[in-house]
Design a protein around this ligand. Sequence first.
Ligand SMILES: Cc1cc2nc3c(=O)[nH]c(=O)nc-3n(C[C@H](O)[C@H](O)[C@H](O)COP(=O)(O)OP(=O)(O)OC[C@H]3O[C@@H](n4cnc5c(N)ncnc54)[C@H](O)[C@@H]3O)c2cc1C
Length: 433
Amino acid sequence: MRHLHWFINDLRLSDNPALASHAAADSLLCLYILPKPRPWFQQVGLGPQRERFLRESLRELQAELQAHGQDLMVLEGSPELVIPDLVARFGITELSTSACHGSYEADQLAFLRKKLSIPIEVHRGNTLFNESQLPFTLDALPKVFSPFRRKVESIRVESPQTQALHLPPPPAAQFDAIPKASVGPHPGLPIPGGRAAGLRRLRQFVFDEESIQHYKETRNCLDGMTGSSTLSPWLANGNLSAREVAHSIFRYERERVSNESTYWLFFELLWREFFYWKALADGRKLFKLGGSQGNCRSCSFEPRAFARWCAGDTDYPLVNALMRQLVATGWMSNRGRQIAASCLIHECNIDWRYGAAFFERHLIDYDVGSNYGNWQYIAGAGADPRGGRRFNIDKQTAQYDPEGLFTHKWGGFRPTQPKHVVDAADWPISGDR
Ligand SMILES: Cc1cc2nc3c(=O)[nH]c(=O)nc-3n(C[C@H](O)[C@H](O)[C@H](O)COP(=O)(O)OP(=O)(O)OC[C@H]3O[C@@H](n4cnc5c(N)ncnc54)[C@H](O)[C@@H]3O)c2cc1C
C-alpha cells in the first residue's frame, strides 16, 4: 500500500484526520502543489506577503514531517498533471486530501477521480462541523447567516484529535528544501507563517493576555494583534484547525470567564463556517457578478479608479492606509475590509470581483468562501438580507481613526489627484483645467 497525501489548506499534522488515516500504509508521499499563476480579474499569482506566509508555513510543515521520519515534496504545476504523474511514478495505490470549498478545487478532484483508477479519500475540511452534523442538506442551506447560526450553534463541536501521529516512511524520492520567501513579515504588523506562531497567538490572545474577555468591544479596531484575534491567517492555511480554536474558547469559558465577548469569538467562527458551506453550495455562482441570487447592480470598470484603489491613492485617506497596510503586510481588519470594499463598490462603482481578486492575491488569510462571500455581502449580491452595505467613509474615519493615527502609520495621507488625466492623444481633456 503506497499512499499519497495532497496537502491543500490543511498545513498541520495535528487534528488532521486525513494524515492519521495512513498509519497502516507501507509508504506515504506527502505533497504540496504550488498554484500555477493564472490571470484572474487583472491579477496574476500571489502577492509577496501571501507567498511569504505560505512558504513559511510549508517550511515549518516540512520540518515537522522530517521530525516524524517523513518529508514534504513541493512541486509547481497543475494538480491535474502533477498528481497522475506521481501516481504512475511511485505506484501509488491510494490518495487522500482534505476537503476544500472552492469550485476550482472541486473540478480538480472530479478530474482526478475520472483519470485515476485508485481510491481518493476526501477527509473533512477545516470546519467546526461535519457535513453529516448539519441539520439541513446543502441544497437547503439557509440563504442568510442568522437562521444558519440558530440552526447550528448548539451542535457539538467535536474535540480535535490529539493522539500521537504514526506516519509511514516516504518513498525513495528527491525531497528538495523549500526556498525562503523573498520578503519577511512587515515589522509594523509581523504575522509569521507556520503552526508554532499560530499556537503562540492563540495562547496569547485567549489565555496569556485574556484579550478574549473584551473581544466584543475591541474587535473593530483597525490594526491587527490589538483588538481582534488575528487568527485568520493560521485558520485559512490550516496551520490551526477551527476545532482547536473553538475548544480553546470553550476551555477558557470553563476555566476562567464566560461572557458575551467569549461567545462572540465563537460567533465569528460561525460566520466563517457559514461562508464555507455557502461556497460549497453556490459552486460557480460564488464568482458571478450577481451571486447565487442573480442580484446584479449596474457597475462599470474604470481602470484609473481601480488602479488608484489598488495603490492606496484614492481621495479617502483611510482607504489608502488600509490598502497600503494590505499590500505591505498581507492583512487587514474586518472593519477595514468592509470600508475598503464598500469604497470600491459604492464610491468607485466597480465590479466587486476586481476587488475580491486583489484581496485574493494579497491576503495571507485568503479563503475562497470568506473572501468572495463577504465581497458579495457588501455588494448586495450575496447573503445580506438588507441588499448590500454602503459605509459612510467620513463617519467611519471619525469613529475608528479620529486622530488619524492609523492613517498616518500606513501612509494614507496622499497628495490630491486631478479628477481627470490626459492620455497620450490628449483625450479626454482634464475637467480641472
Ligand atoms: C471584503 C472582505 C473580505 C474578506 N476576506 C476574508 C478572507 O479571505 N479570509 C478570511 O479568513 N476572512 C475574510 N474576511 C472576514 C474577516 O474580515 C476576517 O476573517 C477577519 O478580519 C480576520 O481577522 P481576525 O482573525 O482578527 O478576526 P476575529 O474578529 O478575531 O474573528 C475570529 C475568526 O472568525 C472568522 N471571521 C471573523 N469575521 C468573519 C467574517 N466576516 N467572515 C468570515 N469569517 C470571519 C475568522 O476566521 C477569524 O479569524 C473578509 C471580510 C471582508 C469584509
